[in-house]
Write a protein that binds this ligand. Sequence first.
Ligand SMILES: [Zn+2]
Length: 245
Amino acid sequence: MLNRLFLYTIISIVYGSEIHDKQINKSFIMFAGAKFNLVQNGDSPNRYIWLHGDEQTARMALEYHIGLYNGLAFFIESETREIPFKSTIVDPNRIFSRDGAYYALRKFKPGWQPGTLKMALDEIDRERESFLDILMPNKNGLLISLHNNFRGYNVHKEKGNSQRISIKKNENPRDFIICTNSSDFEILVSSPYNVVLQNELPERDDGSLSWEALRRNVRYLNIETRLGYLSKQKAMLKYIEDNLN
Ligand SMILES: [Zn+2]
Protein backbone atom coordinates (compact mmCIF):
# COMPACT_ATOMS: atom_id res chain seq x y z
CA MET A 1 0.00 0.00 0.00
CA LEU A 2 1.28 3.44 -0.85
CA ASN A 3 2.03 5.72 2.00
CA ARG A 4 0.72 9.20 1.64
CA LEU A 5 3.20 11.82 0.63
CA PHE A 6 3.64 14.68 2.98
CA LEU A 7 5.10 18.02 2.19
CA TYR A 8 8.01 18.57 4.44
CA THR A 9 7.76 21.39 6.92
CA ILE A 10 10.95 23.20 7.52
CA ILE A 11 12.21 26.47 8.73
CA SER A 12 13.28 28.23 5.61
CA ILE A 13 15.83 30.97 5.69
CA VAL A 14 15.52 33.85 3.30
CA TYR A 15 18.92 34.52 1.85
CA GLY A 16 20.57 37.51 0.29
CA SER A 17 20.12 39.89 3.18
CA GLU A 18 21.55 40.26 6.62
CA ILE A 19 18.15 39.50 8.06
CA HIS A 20 17.46 35.80 8.28
CA ASP A 21 13.72 35.84 8.16
CA LYS A 22 12.25 32.56 9.37
CA GLN A 23 9.19 31.16 7.68
CA ILE A 24 7.43 27.93 8.52
CA ASN A 25 5.56 25.51 6.25
CA LYS A 26 7.88 25.62 3.30
CA SER A 27 8.01 22.75 0.87
CA PHE A 28 11.21 23.86 -0.78
CA ILE A 29 14.68 25.16 0.00
CA MET A 30 16.97 27.42 -2.02
CA PHE A 31 20.68 26.90 -2.65
CA ALA A 32 22.81 29.01 -5.00
CA GLY A 33 19.74 30.40 -6.71
CA ALA A 34 18.29 26.93 -7.33
CA LYS A 35 15.01 25.80 -5.86
CA PHE A 36 14.84 22.30 -4.42
CA ASN A 37 11.35 20.92 -3.93
CA LEU A 38 11.01 18.65 -0.91
CA VAL A 39 8.88 15.52 -0.68
CA GLN A 40 8.63 13.64 2.58
CA ASN A 41 7.18 10.22 3.14
CA GLY A 42 6.80 9.14 6.76
CA ASP A 43 9.54 9.41 9.32
CA SER A 44 13.02 8.19 8.44
CA PRO A 45 16.50 9.67 8.63
CA ASN A 46 17.12 8.67 5.00
CA ARG A 47 17.69 11.44 2.48
CA TYR A 48 17.58 11.35 -1.32
CA ILE A 49 18.65 13.97 -3.84
CA TRP A 50 18.23 14.53 -7.57
CA LEU A 51 20.70 17.23 -8.60
CA HIS A 52 21.02 17.34 -12.38
CA GLY A 53 17.96 18.58 -14.28
CA ASP A 54 18.92 16.87 -17.54
CA GLU A 55 18.99 13.42 -15.88
CA GLN A 56 15.25 12.77 -16.09
CA THR A 57 15.41 9.01 -15.54
CA ALA A 58 16.89 9.63 -12.10
CA ARG A 59 14.07 12.06 -11.29
CA MET A 60 11.45 9.48 -12.26
CA ALA A 61 13.16 6.74 -10.27
CA LEU A 62 13.22 8.93 -7.17
CA GLU A 63 9.61 10.06 -7.57
CA TYR A 64 8.56 6.42 -7.74
CA HIS A 65 10.76 5.40 -4.83
CA ILE A 66 9.70 8.10 -2.37
CA GLY A 67 6.09 6.99 -2.86
CA LEU A 68 7.01 3.56 -1.51
CA TYR A 69 9.73 4.18 1.06
CA ASN A 70 10.17 6.55 3.97
CA GLY A 71 12.54 9.47 3.79
CA LEU A 72 12.95 13.02 2.58
CA ALA A 73 13.63 13.65 -1.12
CA PHE A 74 15.14 16.77 -2.70
CA PHE A 75 14.29 17.54 -6.34
CA ILE A 76 16.08 20.39 -8.08
CA GLU A 77 13.80 22.60 -10.18
CA SER A 78 15.80 22.63 -13.39
CA GLU A 79 15.83 21.03 -16.81
CA THR A 80 19.51 21.55 -17.40
CA ARG A 81 22.68 20.27 -15.74
CA GLU A 82 23.97 23.74 -14.88
CA ILE A 83 21.85 26.30 -13.06
CA PRO A 84 21.89 30.09 -13.47
CA PHE A 85 23.87 31.81 -10.73
CA LYS A 86 24.58 35.56 -10.79
CA SER A 87 25.92 36.31 -14.27
CA THR A 88 27.02 32.76 -15.03
CA ILE A 89 25.87 29.15 -14.76
CA VAL A 90 27.16 26.53 -12.36
CA ASP A 91 27.02 22.75 -11.85
CA PRO A 92 25.08 22.27 -8.58
CA ASN A 93 27.18 19.19 -7.78
CA ARG A 94 30.43 21.17 -7.81
CA ILE A 95 29.69 23.69 -5.07
CA PHE A 96 29.71 21.52 -1.93
CA SER A 97 33.11 22.90 -0.96
CA ARG A 98 34.60 26.36 -1.32
CA ASP A 99 37.45 25.07 -3.49
CA GLY A 100 35.02 23.26 -5.76
CA ALA A 101 32.80 26.33 -6.01
CA TYR A 102 35.82 28.47 -6.94
CA TYR A 103 36.57 26.30 -9.98
CA ALA A 104 32.90 25.83 -10.86
CA LEU A 105 32.18 29.57 -10.84
CA ARG A 106 35.14 30.27 -13.10
CA LYS A 107 34.40 27.48 -15.57
CA PHE A 108 31.94 29.46 -17.67
CA LYS A 109 33.10 32.90 -16.53
CA PRO A 110 36.88 33.11 -16.12
CA GLY A 111 36.89 36.86 -15.43
CA TRP A 112 35.14 38.34 -12.39
CA GLN A 113 35.23 41.98 -11.30
CA PRO A 114 37.58 42.52 -8.33
CA GLY A 115 35.96 41.27 -5.13
CA THR A 116 32.85 39.85 -6.75
CA LEU A 117 34.05 36.25 -6.91
CA LYS A 118 34.88 36.30 -3.19
CA MET A 119 31.43 37.72 -2.42
CA ALA A 120 29.77 35.01 -4.50
CA LEU A 121 31.80 32.30 -2.77
CA ASP A 122 30.96 33.74 0.66
CA GLU A 123 27.29 33.70 -0.25
CA ILE A 124 27.45 30.06 -1.37
CA ASP A 125 29.33 29.18 1.84
CA ARG A 126 26.52 30.61 3.97
CA GLU A 127 23.73 28.99 1.99
CA ARG A 128 25.53 25.65 1.89
CA GLU A 129 25.53 25.38 5.68
CA SER A 130 21.77 25.87 5.92
CA PHE A 131 21.14 23.53 3.00
CA LEU A 132 23.31 20.76 4.43
CA ASP A 133 21.67 21.10 7.84
CA ILE A 134 18.48 19.81 6.19
CA LEU A 135 20.05 17.49 3.62
CA MET A 136 22.49 15.53 5.75
CA PRO A 137 20.86 12.61 7.57
CA ASN A 138 21.20 12.34 11.30
CA LYS A 139 21.95 9.17 13.22
CA ASN A 140 22.69 6.31 10.90
CA GLY A 141 20.61 7.42 7.93
CA LEU A 142 21.63 7.12 4.29
CA LEU A 143 22.18 9.95 1.83
CA ILE A 144 21.38 8.65 -1.65
CA SER A 145 21.94 10.66 -4.81
CA LEU A 146 20.68 9.61 -8.21
CA HIS A 147 22.46 10.31 -11.48
CA ASN A 148 22.35 9.27 -15.13
CA ASN A 149 25.08 9.16 -17.72
CA PHE A 150 24.80 9.80 -21.43
CA ARG A 151 27.92 8.54 -23.14
CA GLY A 152 31.38 7.64 -21.95
CA TYR A 153 31.18 7.86 -18.17
CA ASN A 154 31.40 4.45 -16.47
CA VAL A 155 32.62 2.68 -13.35
CA HIS A 156 36.16 2.28 -14.69
CA LYS A 157 36.60 6.08 -14.59
CA GLU A 158 36.07 5.96 -10.83
CA LYS A 159 38.86 3.44 -10.19
CA GLY A 160 41.43 6.14 -9.46
CA ASN A 161 39.31 7.62 -6.68
CA SER A 162 38.29 4.27 -5.21
CA GLN A 163 39.75 2.17 -2.40
CA ARG A 164 37.84 -0.99 -3.34
CA ILE A 165 36.12 -2.13 -6.52
CA SER A 166 33.59 -4.87 -7.30
CA ILE A 167 32.73 -5.18 -10.98
CA LYS A 168 30.21 -7.80 -12.05
CA LYS A 169 30.60 -9.79 -15.27
CA ASN A 170 27.04 -9.37 -16.48
CA GLU A 171 26.62 -5.75 -15.58
CA ASN A 172 26.98 -2.79 -17.91
CA PRO A 173 29.88 -0.65 -16.62
CA ARG A 174 27.73 2.48 -16.97
CA ASP A 175 25.39 1.22 -14.22
CA PHE A 176 27.09 1.33 -10.83
CA ILE A 177 27.03 2.46 -7.21
CA ILE A 178 29.57 4.63 -5.39
CA CYS A 179 29.51 4.32 -1.60
CA THR A 180 31.53 5.90 1.21
CA ASN A 181 30.98 3.36 4.00
CA SER A 182 32.99 0.12 4.06
CA SER A 183 30.21 -1.91 5.73
CA ASP A 184 27.79 -0.80 3.04
CA PHE A 185 30.38 -1.78 0.43
CA GLU A 186 30.73 -5.27 1.94
CA ILE A 187 27.00 -5.82 1.56
CA LEU A 188 26.92 -4.45 -1.98
CA VAL A 189 29.78 -6.72 -3.07
CA SER A 190 27.23 -9.55 -2.85
CA SER A 191 24.64 -7.57 -4.85
CA PRO A 192 24.16 -8.01 -8.61
CA TYR A 193 25.54 -4.48 -9.12
CA ASN A 194 28.89 -2.86 -9.82
CA VAL A 195 30.08 -0.99 -6.74
CA VAL A 196 33.11 1.04 -5.67
CA LEU A 197 34.13 2.24 -2.22
CA GLN A 198 35.41 5.81 -1.89
CA ASN A 199 36.25 6.38 1.76
CA GLU A 200 39.37 8.53 1.42
CA LEU A 201 39.32 12.17 0.35
CA PRO A 202 41.00 12.83 -3.03
CA GLU A 203 43.90 15.22 -3.43
CA ARG A 204 41.68 17.70 -5.18
CA ASP A 205 38.14 18.06 -3.91
CA ASP A 206 35.98 18.92 -6.93
CA GLY A 207 33.10 20.15 -4.76
CA SER A 208 30.81 17.17 -5.30
CA LEU A 209 28.39 16.10 -2.60
CA SER A 210 30.11 12.76 -2.05
CA TRP A 211 33.25 14.35 -0.56
CA GLU A 212 31.27 16.53 1.81
CA ALA A 213 29.34 13.44 2.94
CA LEU A 214 32.64 11.66 3.52
CA ARG A 215 34.00 14.58 5.56
CA ARG A 216 30.90 14.36 7.75
CA ASN A 217 31.13 10.58 8.06
CA VAL A 218 27.72 10.21 6.41
CA ARG A 219 26.81 6.97 4.64
CA TYR A 220 26.54 8.28 1.08
CA LEU A 221 25.49 6.29 -1.99
CA ASN A 222 25.48 7.51 -5.58
CA ILE A 223 23.29 5.38 -7.86
CA GLU A 224 24.41 5.93 -11.42
CA THR A 225 22.69 4.41 -14.47
CA ARG A 226 22.48 5.00 -18.18
CA LEU A 227 19.87 7.61 -19.10
CA GLY A 228 16.61 5.86 -19.94
CA TYR A 229 17.25 2.76 -17.80
CA LEU A 230 14.44 3.51 -15.37
CA SER A 231 13.66 -0.08 -14.30
CA LYS A 232 17.33 -0.63 -13.58
CA GLN A 233 17.66 2.45 -11.44
CA LYS A 234 14.45 1.62 -9.53
CA ALA A 235 15.76 -1.90 -8.85
CA MET A 236 19.11 -0.60 -7.58
CA LEU A 237 17.34 1.80 -5.23
CA LYS A 238 15.10 -0.97 -3.96
CA TYR A 239 18.09 -3.24 -3.39
CA ILE A 240 19.82 -0.61 -1.29
CA GLU A 241 16.66 0.10 0.66
CA ASP A 242 16.02 -3.57 1.36
CA ASN A 243 19.59 -4.56 2.20
CA LEU A 244 21.29 -1.62 3.89
CA ASN A 245 19.94 -0.51 7.24
ZN1 LIG B 1 24.41 13.82 -12.48
